[in-house]
Write a protein that binds this ligand. Structure first.
Ligand code: FES
Length: 356
């Protein structure tokens, strides 16, 4: 289904920490189906600030069984959307909210005994909290371990909620806080979740209780370190899932390697909701998304940085390349999916569909 924006009423805005609010939306009955989600997915919010179309994606921290659509927005220094959200949004306001998206998906398995291991750092906890709630509620035979890194106790987002889960599921949830700027009494819990720390945590918590599925959400370096450690410790890479957490307001648009390949001129067709847009593009020119948007197509997008995958479409005919890809899995790329915000044609004819 092509993602779509709808104007939703804000049900409540809760202060979670000094610099983070969570926002819940009312989803009317006629939109419930379109807004169904699985734990790990995100919402893209859109607003107009000083005439600029601002879009940001935030993972849902609620779980589907809670019948709630809630995201957390941490204030980022100089961040346009996060400043607006933290300072101005209140219950009753309206915001454009895109239908849920994202590949970082957790599906519970009620009949299986599984060990689910979750790593989160800072606001990366949002999808992890949703996954933990779903795993504990709908996987009665599953055990969950959360490694949660923060600077200080006061900066722990959803501290009460995760502690509440621990009390409710005492025999099935292990919660391990790691703080970089405060002491929790033992050196294992002090520092950042990096390669060395993950190796140590593995020895203590996971060596005798091999994880069946691992979900990681945090900054890029943390994801790389945790993955490296787990794989070196014998965990099957196919069971390790991750979501690059960017501070939403400050996606790091890394310098993109200059394209040095052949210059190809291409007739490109873009299919969206059954409509077709025809464009003329070059392999070393602007991205498919930018060109189609300029031509008047209302294509879905959020980050424009290759992170969120809102702009995902499928190649029906021809070839394309991407500048960067932080969100499509290798099997999706093999199946012909591209991030149109990063895509350029590599054949003289290219047909891309948002409907597949
Ligand atoms: S808009 Fe986010 S990956 Fe393209």
């Amino acid at each position: 289904m092509t993602p779509k924006f709808h104007s939703l009423v804000i049900k409540d805005v809760r202060e979670e920490t000094e610099d983070c609010v969570s926002i819940a939306f009312e989803v009317p009955a006629e939109l419930r189906e379109a807004y169904q989600y699985v734990s790990g997915q995100y919402l893209t919010l859109r607003t107009d600030i000083d005439g600029e179309d601002i879009r940001r994606s935030y993972s849902l921290c609620s779980a589907p069984h809670e019948d709630e659509w809630r995201v957390a927005v941490k204030q980022v220094e100089g961040g346009k959307f996060s400043t607006f959200a933290n300072a101005s949004l209140k219950a009753g306001d309206r915001l454009d909210v895109m239908t849920p998206m994202g590949n970082f998906n957790f599906e519970p398995a009620a009949s299986k005994k599984r060990s689910i291991v979750l790593f989160a750092a800072g606001s990366g906890v949002t999808p992890i909290l949703s996954i933990a709630k779903t795993a504990l509620t709908h996987g009665p035979k599953s055990d969950v371990t959360i490694f949660y890194g923060n600077k200080t106790i006061a900066s722990i987002i959803f501290r009460e909620e995760v502690e509440g889960l621990k009390n409710e599921y005492m025999d099935r949830l292990r919660l391990v806080h790691i703080l970089s700027r405060e002491n929790l009494g033992t050196p294992l819990f002090k520092g950042r979740i990096d390669l060395e720390k993950t190796n140590k945590l593995f020895k203590v918590y996971l060596e005798s209780d091999t994880p069946d599925e691992v979900y990681i959400c945090g900054p890029e370096q943390m994801i790389l370190d945790v993955k490296e450690s787990l794989i070196a410790n014998g965990i099957d890479p196919k069971t390790v899932h991750f979501e690059l957490f960017t501070t939403a307001d400050s996606i790091e648009h890394k310098p993109i390697e200059k394209y040095e390949g052949p210059h190809i001129e291409s007739n490109v067709s873009v299919i969206l909701d059954g409509d077709r847009f025809d464009l003329h593009l070059e392999s070393d020119g602007e991205s498919l998304l930018d060109a189609a948007t300029k031509a008047g197509a209302d294509l879905p997008f959020a980050c424009k940085g290759g992170v969120c995958c809102t702009c995902k479409a499928k190649i029906i005919e021809g070839k394309a390349r991407m500048d960067v890809n932080y969100s499509l899995e290798p099997d999706e790329v093999a199946a012909g999916y591209i991030l149109t915000c990063q895509a350029h044609p590599m054949s003289d004819k290219l047909v891309v569909s948002f409907d597949d």
